[in-house]
Design a protein around this ligand. Structure first.
Ligand SMILES: O=P(O)(O)OC[C@H]1O[C@H](OP(=O)(O)OP(=O)(O)O)[C@H](O)[C@@H]1O
Ligand SMILES: O=c1cc[nH]c(=O)[nH]1
Ligand SMILES: [Mg+2]
Length: 211
């Protein structure tokens, strides 16, 4: 597994405001959207393209276009939805699948409550969106689901990752498939409630309110 913490002053600047407890939901949503577009630039560095020719006003030019099958973007509901627009702005022809997962805040175990994905993911490059990689249970279960459907090339985009969660993914995922995690930062540790420290709190609640 490869982990990339994107080292860029704009990412650090936006992340700092995102963390701030005084940042309201509308601002939090806008910053999450902007951050994912910056992360997506790095996360799609190996997106597959095929040669293409276009007519410029002057003469034909050789270029590239996204190869088929098109990439699949998979936000993990609920908080991952806050990253979807930012991602598809950069990859407008990508298809979108959905996973609904919730972590039991007592046991810290992830449960899947919704799955809407293509049955066959062989040959698809998959981009999983979830702002928080804490214990890693949610992301590990999501990636396993994609691998079980034939995906062999999975990149996860997170706003924050904990070292414990990254280690858990390393230990539990099939190392034969190339898995990448692209994050805005790797934080210090998890607290006794499984929250990322210093973190930003509950990402779903900060995006959408407490339910
Ligand atoms: O790495 P883990 O320890 O599994 O925790 C991370 C998960 O917890 C949060 O979702 P949550 O369960 O709060 O659901 P929500 O998006 O509906 O708020 C977050 O968005 C991740 O999906
Ligand atoms: O810090 C954390 C951990 C899990 N889920 C969150 O939203 N935040
Ligand atoms: Mg939540």
């Amino acid at each position: 597994m490869q982990t990339l913490a994107v080292d860029h002053p704009l990412v650090a600047h936006k992340l700092t405001t995102l963390r701030d407890v005084r940042t309201d939901s509308p601002t939090f949503r806008r910053l999450a959207d902007e951050l994912v577009t910056l992360l997506a630039y790095e996360a799609t560095r190996d997106v597959r393209v095929a040669p293409a020719t276009v007519e410029t006003p002057v003469e034909p030019a050789q270029g590239v276009q996204l190869a088929n099958p098109k990439p699949l973007v998979v936000p993990i509901l609920r908080a991952g939805l806050g990253m979807l627009d930012g991602m598809t702005r950069l990859l407008p022809t990508a298809e979108v699948g959905f996973l609904g997962m919730i972590r039991d805040e007592g046991t810290l175990q992830a449960q899947t409550y919704a799955t809407r994905l293509p049955d066959d993911l062989s040959g698809r490059q998959c981009y999983v969106l979830d702002p928080m990689l804490a214990t890693g249970g949610t992301l590990a279960a999501a990636i396993k689901l994609l691998l079980d459907r034939g995906a062999r090339d999975v990149t996860a985009l997170c706003l924050l990752a904990a070292p414990e969660g990254l280690r858990f993914l390393e230990e539990t995922l099939d190392s034969a498939a190339p898995i990448r995690v692209v994050t805005a930062a790797v934080d210090s540790h998890l607290n006794e409630h499984g929250f990322i420290v210093p973190g930003l709190g509950d990402a779903g609640d900060r995006l959408y309110g407490v339910v």
